[in-house]
Design a protein around this ligand. Structure first.
Ligand SMILES: [Zn+2]
Length: 232
């Protein structure tokens, strides 16, 4: 049956926990049914997601699912989905397919094509980037959705958080920074973090705070020194 579920929210809102509720229900169904009635499903995620290893998704509450198929772009995703013609399709962290902007239309077209084939699809991810602007994939699929799950958490001030605030050394990052920072151990070394914030507390300064400027210039000096040392 054609059925599109979108799960989106801010960082820390419990998106992955909502995804696990669906996965758990499918697994429970399969435990109590005969193979002919199984609801087969397959989970994909883009390979740039490095919060966990490439074949695992992990919620902030610690639940894990370790049979994930990692894909590196929409073309790769399409080829992998073709191997599972009768499965429910689950895709985590959909916003990361927007790192390559050419992929956005291809991804949306792929989902619409699968819906035409009466497939059931569940997509999870962020709907807003760190600049407070929409991500195109999930927002442009809202009108196609049969179900939208939008969990939210609270800002430190107590109001409902609807934004994902990016910080470096605790300071909001400026509008001049790129939208995507690949989340790897290197970016943790550089002091990046994210927190849920409400519309009132969300900050997108035009330039970095003076202390952040100092921190960044020290980082640049260290990098220069390392580059010099590594030069043959
Ligand atoms: Zn707030």
């Amino acid at each position: 049956m054609r059925f599109l579920t979108l799960i989106f929210g801010t960082v820390g809102s419990g998106k992955t926990a909502e995804m696990f509720k669906i996965i758990n229900k499918l697994q429970e169904h399969n435990l109590r049914c005969q193979p002919a009635q199984f609801k087969k499903f397959v989970v994909f995620k883009p390979i740039t997601e490095t919060r966990s290893d490439q074949t695992t998704i992990i919620s902030r509450t610690g639940q894990t699912f370790n049979q994930v198929i990692a894909v590196n772009n929409t073309q790769n995703l399409k080829l992998e989905i073709a191997k599972y013609p009768n499965h429910i399709i689950i895709i985590e962290e959909c916003q990361l397919f927007e790192i390559n902007s050419d992929d956005i239309q291809a991804f949306v077209a792929l989902i619409k094509e699968l819906l035409k084939q009466n497939r059931q699809i569940i997509l999870g991810g962020l709907i807003q980037n760190s600049h407070g602007q929409k991500f195109d994939i999930l927002s442009s699929l809202c009108s196609e959705a049969d179900e939208i799950i939008n969990p939210h958490t609270t800002c430190n001030c107590g109001q409902i958080a609807s934004r994902s605030q990016r910080l470096q050394m605790g300071y909001p990052t400026p509008i001049t920074d790129p939208i995507f920072l690949v989340d790897n151990s290197f970016s943790h070394d550089l002091g990046y973090s994210y927190e849920p914030r409400c519309n009132d507390c969300f900050e997108l300064p035009l330039e970095p705070h003076p202390n952040l400027k100092t921190f960044r210039s020290i980082l640049a000096e260290i990098k220069d020194l390392k580059d010099q040392q590594n030069r043959p």
